[in-house]
Write a protein that binds this ligand. Structure first.
Ligand code: NDP
Length: 591
């Protein structure tokens, strides 16, 4: 690992990490409140769906279904496919957008692709008999796969689009959820699945003067191809600004750099950029796979999930700038580590992490020609403090003469005038201003007020700390299931996690029906046990609490003890659910 360098080398870098974090925190002590996602008044245009076309008027729906799913992305598709396999037919998917696809419906920005290997990320490849064309699938291919799943499982006939559920209220009398929508619907359902996505509601930083900007602007998840042209050809004479340098911007910036007359990139904190090494699917490898290959691959992933992502990166299971091959050293290393004290183990892991990040720095040095720009692009934090990015095009973009990095040294843009962003007295006039500023994170009931058994809004229940079982069930909210929410397992490959949750939810609903019950709800003990599990593992993460602010750590807010993901392994998350299903009567109140 990292024994050659003196510990003082690592300690100095750790101090620099801490300084950068403190500086960034001092600029924005308001944490998550620095953003807004309730786009009203002058901001309401940022929420408009540019892809929906004209939505056809329809009469409000007033009826009852067995299972109502809020959202039409992978969560909904995977779960309803499973429900149909179990013979459950009374399903309705209610989707805000104009089609299925969720993330891949909304995110159509140029360069959009997935950082997870397509053979893992795209679900139901066995069932769909489909092989992705590339190692890393691009957005349109993933969107088309969502549509193909909906076709194959007959889910279009179960879906209504351009409809936002606005309230979900438990009715004790008829033991049903009563839902209202922005289309005047009044629907009732025995089971409700909140499949509204982990990162689905666009957010904007509250920047003084942003509503006065006189040029054109949009959020990356509402890309206006009418303005840019389908191949960005209309940008050739335009000055473009982009705020944010997260995973979205890292993919969009190379395309914008090629297309725009001038591109100004407003950076607050740089992302860590490792290599991508994409390529077409190897036909020989494809031929070597037997039937059911993806299911086998998934089983292996779950079995290997003891290995943290950093380790997988270091072993070359994820492409990196400096990945050694898996020569069995991880297992040896584990055996050695097991004999050490916790402090020693942490130190070794932290040093390996720092070595990795310094590799990221060296890669920048070797690609970006201008020294000041290269320095500004260096991330000063531990790996996984922020979402790691993988790109072979991003860093070379900064060598283009029309591309300008405006580094705000952790402060961020705080002022926008009618001409464009202004930073430390300098104005940057732009024709187009793009917000690559991310999304509300894992918010249960996005757009939707959920009121449970005791008239309690679920967000009020969570105001003193999130309380769930597996991130899926919550006491007081019978027959309600949440997908991709907090207290679920954190997985770089989200579809794996969603598939696991969808399988569990389908099993629960099937059990309730077959056993002749009407409701399922976690017991107080089961919920409390899970909250304690979440706390136990969150306490174990070494560097998260020292991280630079970002959405992974609630922008540095320190009072979020149980509000986060379950950090045990994915395997143990899966095993917990299997165990719960084997002891339904002890885990759940069934009535
Ligand atoms: P992020 O939340 O990751 O990034 C938002 C960016 O906006 C950050 O760089 C942030 O800086 C910056 N920002 C916020 N406020 C200001 C300000 N006032 N001035 C300047 N900059 C500001 O959003 P993304 O849309 O990039 O990504 C969200 C997530 O979506 C990813 O983390 C990933 O999980 C997923 N995704 C996955 C992709 C994939 O698989 N390839 C592709 C794209 C997205 P700071 O860091 O300082 O907060």
């Amino acid at each position: 690992m990292s024994e050659q360098k003196p510990q003082s080398y690592y300690d100095a870098i750790k101090r620099k990490f801490a300084e950068e974090r403190d500086r960034r925190l001092a600029y924005r002590p308001d944490g998550t409140a620095q953003f807004t996602s309730d786009f009203e008044g002058a901001l309401s245009r940022y929420a408009i769906d540019p892809f929906a076309g004209v939505s056809t008027p329809r009469a409000p729906i007033d009826d009852q279904v067995e299972v109502l799913i809020i959202g039409g992305g992978f969560s909904a598709l995977l779960t309803s496919a499973r429900l149909r396999e179990k013979g459950i037919e009374s399903i309705r998917i209610v989707e805000r957008g104009g089609d299925v696809g969720g993330t891949w419906y909304w995110n159509r920005y140029p360069g959009v692709a997935c950082d997870v290997l397509s053979y893992d990320y795209l679900p139901l490849l066995d069932e769909m008999d489909y092989m992705p064309g590339r190692q890393y699938a691009r957005g349109p291919e993933i969107f088309a796969h969502c549509q193909a799943i909906a076709e194959k499982y007959g889910l279009y006939e179960k879906a209504i689009f351009n409809t936002t559920i606005t309230s979900t209220t438990w009715n004790a009398e008829d033991q049903l959820w009563h839902l209202t929508s922005d289309r005047g619907d009044r629907m009732r359902a025995q089971f409700v699945i909140c499949a509204n996505g982990t990162l689905s509601k666009p957010k904007l930083p509250r920047i003084s003067g942003m509503e006065t900007f006189a040029g054109h602007s949009f959020h990356t998840s509402r890309w206006d191809y009418g303005y840019t042209g389908q191949s960005l050809e209309k940008l050739h004479d335009k000055v473009v600004g982009i705020i944010g340098t997260g995973a979205t911007a890292v993919q969009a910036i190379p395309e914008l750099g090629r297309a725009a007359k001038e591109l100004f990139i407003f950076q607050r904190t740089p992302s860590s950029i490792d290599i991508r090494e994409d390529g077409p699917t190897d036909p020989e490898w494809e031929r070597s796979l037997g039937k059911g290959w993806q299911a086998r691959r998934r089983e292996e992933t779950i079995a290997n999930s003891e290995m943290p992502l950093l380790q997988r990166v270091l072993m070359g299971q994820v492409p990196t700038a400096s990945a050694p091959v898996d020569d069995g050293s991880w297992a040896l290393e584990q055996a050695k580590l097991a004999k050490m004290s916790r402090e020693e183990r942490l130190r070794i892991q932290e040093n390996a992490n720092i070595d990795y990040m310094m590799g990221i720095h060296r890669r920048i040095e070797s690609i970006v020609k201008d020294q000041a720009t290269a320095d500004a692009l260096k991330p000063w934090y531990m790996f996984m403090c922020k979402r790691p990015c993988f790109s072979d095009d991003y860093l070379p973009t900064f060598n283009r003469p029309n591309v300008h990095l405006i580094d705000t040294h952790g402060e961020g843009i705080t002022l926008i005038t009618p001409e464009g962003p202004r930073f430390r007295g300098v104005s940057y006039p732009v024709d187009l201003l793009i917000y690559a500023t991310g999304f509300e994170v894992q918010k249960t009931g996005t757009y939707n007020r959920i009121v449970g058994r005791n008239g309690l809004d679920i967000n009020d229940k969570y105001s003193t700390g999130i309380r769930t079982l597996f991130g899926i069930h919550s006491l007081g909210y019978p027959n309600l299931f949440v997908m991709g929410g907090y207290q679920a397992s954190f997985q770089f490959n989200l579809t794996d996690m969603l598939q696991t949750q969808g399988d569990h939810i389908a099993e629960c609903i099937d059990y309730v029906r077959r056993a002749g019950h009407r409701t399922i709800e976690p017991t107080e003990e089961a919920e409390e046990h899970w909250v304690q599990e979440v706390i136990r593992f969150r306490g174990k993460t070494s560097w998260n609490q020292d991280c630079t602010p970002g959405y992974y750590n609630f922008e540095g807010e320190s009072n979020r003890r149980q509000d986060g993901n379950y950090n045990g392994t994915f395997r143990s998350y899966v095993q917990h659910m299997i165990a719960a299903r084997a002891r339904m009567a002890e885990t759940y109140t069934l009535a």
